[in-house]
Design a protein around this ligand. Structure first.
Ligand SMILES: C[S@@+](CC[C@H](N)C(=O)[O-])C[C@H]1O[C@@H](n2cnc3c(N)ncnc32)[C@H](O)[C@@H]1O
Length: 315
């Protein structure tokens, strides 16, 4: 992990324009901050998806065509705290479906907390968590031939550029079997006055979450970033439907990172790109899956039409 972290930080800060991969947001502090973001007034995404999981739980089960007498694996990529998934797990467990829940996350801390809360709240659910980058975990899906449902919620797919997302779904399909399902939760394109505040909440959790990347580099790689000299900057235009987060340098400055034995220069106003959060519509989803083995079998949306969950069938 530390070697990949070093390599990725070095390559991101050496490139022009500079960037840092969003997967490194999630250390213990980042996990806690993300939970705070999810509950913030401005971050509508979690509430909208939770609305679907709370009010349409049985429709989800019906649309996934689950059978009570057939064992299946419920795999979740980037599970986080499992807030929404627990609604589905409870209903499946109450109705005696036979399944294992297999959450995958890059954060060991998030998985540890998730296991603890599932064991407490839903003791009948069998949970087998797997730590790792979900790109790397895809291969291991091939190991069993049992029916699989893959949950990819929270519009996590939107953290990938379209081309990468498409390759990811293609690779996922090639590791699954006929009639396995991908349950994809995505945020929909909407106006900037709703989207932009979601990435700039008034309590400053998103700002802290973004800048925590610098703290993490200081802590784990011996960096000397002065956090006061950097600022969080979100951007979103409805016409491209893509929210972007940056960290902006407030002055001309140099930062030394001990474990890389390297100094990086930043100009005043220079932006470090940290995260893309793509928004979707039916056409964009169709384009993403057009070269993959998936087709849309159904879609559920929340009461405000902010968010959709697509059920994709592997042919
Ligand atoms: C935005 S949170 C969403 C959590 C959850 N899916 C939800 O909807 O509430 C993203 C989660 O994915 C995990 N994650 C991010 N990038 C990842 C990667 N490349 N591989 C595995 N997990 C990743 C993070 O640790 C975090 O728990």
């Amino acid at each position: 992990m530390i070697d990949n972290f070093k390599k990725d930080i070095d390559s991101g800060l050496s490139s022009s324009p500079k960037s840092l991969p969003s997967k490194y947001f999630y250390d213990e502090i980042g996990d806690d901050l993300f939970v705070k973001i999810m509950h913030s007034e401005e971050y509508y995404l979690t509430r909208a998806e939770l609305d679907i999981f709370t009010n349409q739980t049985q429709q989800i089960i019906d649309h996934l065509q689950l059978k009570k007498d057939t064992y299946f694996e419920l795999i979740e990529l980037g599970a986080g705290d499992g807030l929404k998934t627990k609604k589905l797990l409870k209903s499946l467990s109450d109705q005696n479906y036979k399944f294992d829940y297999l959450p995958v996350d890059i954060s060991q801390n998030a998985l540890k907390n998730l296991e603890k809360s599932i064991n407490k709240e839903l003791p009948k659910v069998s949970i087998k968590s797997k730590q790792g980058d979900y790109f790397e975990v895809l291969e291991s899906l091939k190991e069993t031939k049992v029916p699989k449902i893959v949950l990819f919620l929270g519009s996590n797919i939107g953290n990938m550029e379209d081309e990468i997302a498409s390759q990811f779904i293609y690779k996922l399909g090639s590791n699954l079997n006929k009639n396995d399902k991908l349950f994809l939760g995505v945020d929909l394109i909407k106006s900037a006055d709703i989207v932009k505040p979601a990435y700039n909440d008034s309590e400053g959790f998103t700002r802290e979450f973004n800048l925590n990347l610098l703290t993490r580099i200081n802590k784990e790689l011996g960096g000397d970033f002065d956090r006061e000299q950097f600022e969080h900057q979100p951007e979103y235009e409805e016409s491209d439907g893509i929210a972007k987060s940056y960290i902006v340098s407030e002055s001309n400055q140099k930062v030394f990172i001990e474990k890389l034995d390297k100094t990086f220069e930043f100009e005043k106003g220079e932006k470090i790109f940290t995260e893309i959060s793509r928004k979707y519509n039916d056409q964009i989803i169709q384009n993403l899956i057009s070269d993959t083995s998936f087709s849309v079998s159904s879609k559920l949306s929340d009461s405000k039409d902010y968010f959709s969950t697509y059920i994709l069938n592997r042919s």
